[in-house]
Each structure stands twice: as structure tokens, then as C-alpha cells.
Ligand binder design. Sequence first.
Ligand code: PLP
Length: 392
Amino acid sequence: MIPTLMPTYGRSDIAFERGEGVYLYATDGRRYLDFAAGIAVNSLGHAHPHLVKALQDQAARLWHTSNMYTIPEQQRLADRLVGASFADTVFFCNSGVEAIEGGIKLCRRYHHAGGNPGKWRIVTFDGAFHGRSLAALAAANNPKYLDGFGPKVDGFDQVAFNNMNEVRNAIGDDTAAILIEPVQGEGGIRTADIEFMRALRKVCDEFGLLLFLDEVQCGMGRTGKLFAHEWADIRPDVVASAKGIGSGFPLGAILATEDAARGMKPGVHGTTYGGNQLAMTVGNAVMDVMLAGGFMEHVREMGESLRGRLEAIVRMFPEIFKGVRGAGLILGLECVPTVADLVGVLRGQGLLTVPAGENVMRILPPLIVQQTHIDEAARILETVAANWKSKS
Ligand SMILES: *Cc1c(COP(=O)(O)O)cnc(C)c1O
């Protein structure tokens, strides 16, 4: 008999009932160090007092009115995101895949508005993940996720990650945009080279294409800058954001330049829930913390410290770990044993991590992580690695 909860996940049977900072507490009273952060979502950890207060106050006042009316909190968050980024304009939605789907529409609409409706295809990359809508699945082109869902949505041409020759060869008269994650999350913490990101900007300028970045996982401070593309010092045309932007409240955003958004007029795109008072209040509270002086420096400092500890662990246990990938606090440990097995044993020892592609373990602590938490995580990793042989 089918479970009443549709069985689309193979879940652990641990249930958490409370969180505080980087710790989660299960119903059996056990404490876990959360270096998964709800898959890079809980950017400010659990039960952050500033976020809790903001949400509680707003919850007692007003939840939702729809986008038929002015939402001052939405205007404020858009102004702040524009002020802190490349963007001139922002559309709010509820999730990463909505930001991707809307961004794809924006790219096609851009060329339509410019008198080139024949430009509608998008160049994408192997190892990508863009979410679970039909278009996002076609963009990522992962056979595992596409299987059984009928004809693949047309309009995506996939090439090898970090391969400029393949990008150039894939561009045709019908190309509208290039879509890439500056750091692939699900694909295994694969980082686009800085020079590759710059070359993508150039090739987009050369052919009149939009550079559309999926920063759903690697953006909002994860790499130690508000957006990962800032490390390459380039200006994208469109960025999809979600995950860390709401620190656990469902929130996504499409950020765009004025030119890229030229096709977006009243009635062209919409959402019922997107940008409602609850989400915007939390989004603004997240920005209060992230824009405060020293926040990004803290992320970079903790990232360097964690990376150093992981590299030492790789040297100590070469039969368990092969290398470290990533940037800031979006790090990956290349595993020798099956990553899912390692993640399971670490969980049993009180450390939460996330499996990814290429047998890589994602290490994604809340950005408010402190040195003591990094030391604690490193000790658990060392203990599990040292005892691995006897376990397997
Ligand atoms: C998680 C993720 C998405 C999809 O976000 P949802 O909120 O699950 O729809 C898209 N792109 C990337 C890079 C992601 O990590």
C-alpha cells in the first residue's frame, strides 16, 4: 500500500523538533551539528533571534494580500538587493525552480522585445541542477530526473562545464542566453574557473546573448561575497536566487539588469504568493544581518579555516578522502567510499552533511558558524575516517 506521504524521498527516520544556531535537536533528545543547513538554505542557522522576532511581529500584523496591491516590504527588499548587487530590478517568487523558470522566460522575452523572437534557445552545462520543473529538468539534462516524464522541453543545448570551445560551437542564430551555476552544488561542488566566467561574459557580449547565472545555492553569501560571480568581477544579465535568501522561509528572486528585463511588462509574468508580507519580512531581516559590517569577512574567514581542516583530513586519510573543492562555505570532500555511506555514518555520529554528484560530500554550514563548530566537525570527520576500515 502506498504511504500516505507520497514516497518521492528515501528519508532518514530522524525527526528534528528544535534548532538553535548551527545545532539541531531530534525528538529523542540527540544533538546534531548541522553542516547541511537544509541544503544551503539556513544561511543564518536555526531560530536566529532577529529573524524570529521579525517573523513573529509580521505574523501578528499581515501575512498576504497578493500582488494586486503595493507591498512596501517588497519594495524595500528589492531596493536593498539592487543596492547591493549588479541588478536594476527584482522579481520575487517562492523557490529556486520558480526563479529559474521565470529567468528562462525573461531571457526569451528579452529577444522577443528586441525584435528577435527566433532567439530562444539556452546553452547549459553538464552536471547542472536547476530544479524540478519540466524546463529546469530539460536545462540540466540529467537522465535520472528526466526519465518517464515524456518529451523533454525543447530549447536547451548542453555542453561540457568549463569548456569554452564547446560553448562557442553550441551558439547559433537561435541562441538567447547561457545559463550556468558559478559553483555547481548538486553536481558535486564543481567551480567554474574565473577565466571561464569572464570568457562567458565576453562571448555573450559578442553574440548579443544574456548571461544567466543560477546562484540559487552558491549565492547570498555562501562563497564569502553576496553573489559568487563577484569573484570573477563580471556583471551578469540575470541571476536566479533562492535557498539562503530566506534562511528557511520559502523565497526566491530573479535579479536582472534594466536591459535584460526590457520585455517584462504588466501581465507578462506573475505569482500568487511570491513576495508576500511574511516572505519579504524575513528576506529583509536576512539582509539586515548579511549587509552588516564584517559578515562576509566572517564567511571568508570561516571558509578558509574549514577548508584548511578538510585539507589536513584529506592528507591524514587518503584512503577515505581524495580532495577538497569549492569556495567559502560551499565546500566538497571527494570521497573514496560511497558518499551516501559516509554521510550516513557521520549522521550517526552527530554531523549532518549532504551527498552530491561525483561521489562528493557537500559541507554547507550556516554562514554564522564559529571556529568551535568547525573544530567539532573536524573531530567527528577524523574519528569516522580513522574507524572506517573496521566499519566497512
Ligand atoms: C536547489 C536548487 C535549485 C532549485 O531550487 P528549489 O527551491 O528546490 O526549487 C535550482 N538551482 C540550484 C543550483 C539549486 O541548488
